[in-house]
Design a protein around this ligand. Structure first.
Ligand SMILES: Cc1cc2nc3c(=O)[nH]c(=O)nc-3n(C[C@H](O)[C@H](O)[C@H](O)COP(=O)(O)O)c2cc1C
Length: 220
């Protein structure tokens, strides 16, 4: 069943633009921000791992502390209505309590649980080969968080809310800062990406993109 007209959907995609200048007087309503969080929550993730947490950074002092280490949002730390640090799970291996919860969420019988775990082990060990490296495991979890990031930004635009994804920060320093504030355990979680939300105070520039001819190949 078609839910929306494609031209309406394209309009959303064309008008979403990374926003570097917010009207600091406008705040996103609690209801709308809750919906944005749900766009993240409802996003797909590999094997249903949901290896994310959303840290909503509203504290003014903390935002000040981020300024020297987050150059990619230095101009919007004061004016963004909401800022989210998206955390990715570390060490999300098939043989950890984290994965026991993944399996539990699927509501499988004990037999099926063992089968599913065997599939996940092969997947992580052989197919995407991430078990030998903490870095590769973290990157795998981080990839999932970027799906949530995209959905949150597009969904926000549908509500008339602007956003900007943020990779422009010193990862080590930001992780340490947030962990020192007691916001998460560095052994368990790490920031994968951040995102600002608010209301742009500038006109959106027309999009520049490669043509479909350059990026698409149909294999018949
Ligand atoms: C993962 C990611 C990280 C980004 N990090 C930053 C950032 O730190 N600061 C910034 O101003 N823009 C950042 N951008 C925005 C890009 O520059 C922008 O998406 C790109 O130029 C395309 O423009 P558009 O988003 O307006 O279509 C980031 C984009 C992505 C996808």
């Amino acid at each position: 069943m078609k839910l929306f007209d494609k031209n309406d959907i394209l309009q959303v995609f064309k008008s979403r633009a990374s926003t570097r200048s917010y009207d600091g007087t406008q705040k996103i309503s609690d209801d709308d921000f809750n919906a944005i969080l749900q766009f993240g929550q409802l996003s797909p993730s590999s094997v249903g791992s949901e290896p994310w947490q959303f840290l909503v950074l509203q504290n003014k002092d903390l935002r000040q502390k981020l300024k020297p280490v987050a150059w990619g949002m230095v101009n919007t730390l004061d004016t963004a209505s909401h800022i989210v640090a998206i955390l990715a799970k570390k060490n999300a291996r098939f043989d950890t309590p984290f994965f026991d919860e993944v399996i539990a969420r699927r509501g499988l019988t004990d037999d099926k649980k063992q089968q599913a775990l065997a599939v996940y082990e092969k997947f992580q060990r052989d197919d995407i080969a991430i078990l030998d490296s903490e870095h590769a495991l973290f990157d795998w979890a981080s990839k999932q968080t970027y799906i949530a990031l995209g959905n949150m930004m597009t969904g926000a635009k549908m509500l008339g809310i602007d956003s900007c994804p943020i990779e422009g920060f010193d990862y080590k320093a930001v992780n340490q800062l947030l962990a020192d504030e007691g916001l998460f355990d560095l052994n368990e979680w790490g920031v994968s990406v951040m995102v600002t939300f608010g209301f742009s105070d500038k006109e959106i520039r027309p999009k520049s993109r490669k043509s479909l001819d350059e990026i698409v190949k149909f294999v018949e």
